[in-house]
Ligand binder design. Structure first.
Ligand SMILES: Cc1cc2nc3c(=O)[nH]c(=O)nc-3n(C[C@H](O)[C@H](O)[C@H](O)COP(=O)(O)OP(=O)(O)OC[C@H]3O[C@@H](n4cnc5c(N)ncnc54)[C@H](O)[C@@H]3O)c2cc1C
Length: 476
């Protein structure tokens, strides 16, 4: 019998599991996919928002501002890259009123470090901005982080502190029992628990319906992106948004913590919760929107594109509620990444207010070794590691300079990588200019060797994904 089960291993569920692992509790995280961070967490803008967007007095505003305050120290403990690069919301003259509005809203939300910059001040700090821009809101607390790295690290740290992770566990039924709940998966497995947290992102409405605690719906809103090569990563230093619309924060241009340039997202309401395809129309919108903000973007340097699905609720705010031993999280769209540490903290508070006893674990270890430690060490330090383990001297991913030693480490560190994309998200092997063109076969071979299986058993991203080892074209 678990004390608390968390359904959904995205960044929110991952940070909740980590928060719970600070206490003497049996905690289990269940996830329908074959790896963690497979939902909205793997495909978003990666921005730690300052907190000026959300409606004053809303749950979103409260969680955003608190999450933004907490993120730097959480990232430091978990060894996750974080950069307080600041953000700008730029505007043409006819949009000035909106900049003033978000400035006022930010102040009312308690956001520190806000100011309005005029054209010349703006161009002085970001010379590649569109020179027709008139003014901008500068948010000194705006930052960037890697969302899947944060999720993987949070789940890994929770596991190192005793939490369990069950993958390929798609919850399909929940039954109330005398002492709690039985949570059943589609493959026949089940877990018993006293309490649980519904952190199932786009599917949180379906999970809530299973206990009769629904009454809200969540629909997907597509957001498409382009990523440019690292040689473009310094085009802007700050994250550059345009003034928001009712569909979201608009198209941004931002460096990533790994030095690429990110453009996007679009915002299109959808029905299919699984359709994360990219479209030609989406690319046109990104090109136009990003050029409104920044001039001279070298679109020929795009190395890949992707799409994320926002979990948009029907109440216009985050739903975070407790009932009968269950905390339900619904509509955790943006700024859900920013808010994730604050939501985790609040979930514990909600359980405690409702009589759950929390006793601190004496041996909780908040720290995790950074996955990028070897990659970013000096040549001298690298040579020391290589002298101890020659696998760190063998480069597998040439674009990102990732070694066999780092890949092996990712396969044997909590939560272990089991497929090619899992290795990619943990090490960046395959994330560079050639997008895995050269290193994928070597990664498959290392995975097969380390997992003691054949290469045919290695997938791209778990069930339903295959890697083709035969010719893709005929001879004629
Ligand atoms: C385009 C876009 C841009 C965004 N930009 C930002 C940003 O810049 N800053 C910011 O703060 N936020 C941003 N967000 C929001 C942020 O990404 C999300 O709020 C956050 O990732 C939500 O995390 P989560 O863990 O709640 O959801 P998810 O990451 O979706 O995780 C939910 C998990 O539940 C699992 N699950 C679902 N059903 C079941 C089931 N039946 N059984 C078991 N498991 C199940 C899913 O597989 C998934 O892994 C953006 C989102 C998108 C899509």
């Amino acid at each position: 019998m678990y004390d608390i089960v968390v359904i959904g291993a995205g960044v929110v569920g991952g940070l909740i599991a980590r928060e719970l692992s600070k206490y003497d509790l049996r905690v289990c995280l269940v996830e329908k996919e074959s790896d963690v961070a497979m939902g909205a967490t793997k495909a978003n803008s990666a921005i730690v928002h300052a907190g000026f967007d959300a409606k004053v007095g809303s749950m979103k505003a409260r969680m955003n501002v608190r999450g933004s305050e907490m993120m730097e120290s959480v990232a430091r403990e978990l060894g996750v890259k974080f950069d307080r690069n600041e953000s700008l919301v730029v505007a043409f003259e006819n949009e000035r009123k909106e900049v003033e509005e978000i400035y006022e809203r930010g102040l009312a939300n308690g956001v520190k470090g806000l100011s309005i910059l005029e054209h010349d001040e703006l161009m002085a700090i970001e010379p590649n901005l569109n020179p027709e821009l008139s003014c901008a809101l500068l948010a000194k607390t705006g930052a960037i982080v890697c969302p899947y790295e944060l999720c993987i690290a949070a789940v890994g740290n929770a596991m190192d502190n005793g939490a369990e992770l069950l993958l390929d566990f798609e919850v399909c039924d929940i039954e109330k029992t005398d002492g709690g709940y039985v949570i059943r998966a589609t493959d026949g497995r089940s877990v018993n628990t006293r309490y649980f947290v519904n952190s199932a992102g786009l599917y949180s409405d379906k999970i809530a319906d299973m206990t009769g605690d629904g009454g809200f719906s969540v629909h997907p809103r597509r957001g498409e992106y382009m990523i440019l090569d690292k040689e473009c990563g310094s085009l802007v230093k700050r994250t550059v948004f345009h003034t928001p619309t009712k569909m979201g924060k608009g198209i941004l241009v931002s460096p990533t913590v790994d030095g690429n340039l990110l453009l996007g997202p679009t915002a299109v309401d959808m029905e299919d919760k699984e359709d994360n395809s990219v479209t030609a129309e989406g690319f046109d919108m990104i090109v136009k929107g990003s050029l409104d903000n920044v001039s001279g973007i070298p679109f020929g340097k795009v190395i890949t594109s992707f799409c994320g699905l926002r979990a948009v609720g029907d109440v216009g705010d985050f739903i975070i509620k407790y009932r009968d031993g269950v905390v339900t999280l619904g509509g955790i769209e943006s700024p859900g990444l920013t808010s994730s540490p604050a939501i985790a903290e609040y979930v514990v508070e909600l359980f405690a207010q409702n009589g759950v006893k929390f006793e601190k674990k004496a041996d909780f270890n908040p720290y995790r070794k950074p996955a990028h430690e070897f990659r970013e060490s000096s040549m001298e330090e690298k040579n020391e590691v290589i002298a101890r383990d020659a696998r760190y001297g063998r480069i597998v991913c040439r674009c990102e300079g990732i070694t066999e030693g780092e890949i092996v480490e990712a396969i044997h560190t909590n939560p272990p990588a089991r497929d090619v994309d899992g290795v990619k998200r943990r090490t960046r092997g395959g994330m560079g200019r050639c997008q895995g063109g050269f290193c994928s076969p070597a990664v498959v071979a290392i995975l097969a060797r380390e997992l003691g299986t054949s290469i045919d058993a290695i997938t791209k991203f778990g069930k339903g994904s295959v890697i083709n080892y035969s010719k893709t074209k005929g001879d004629n």
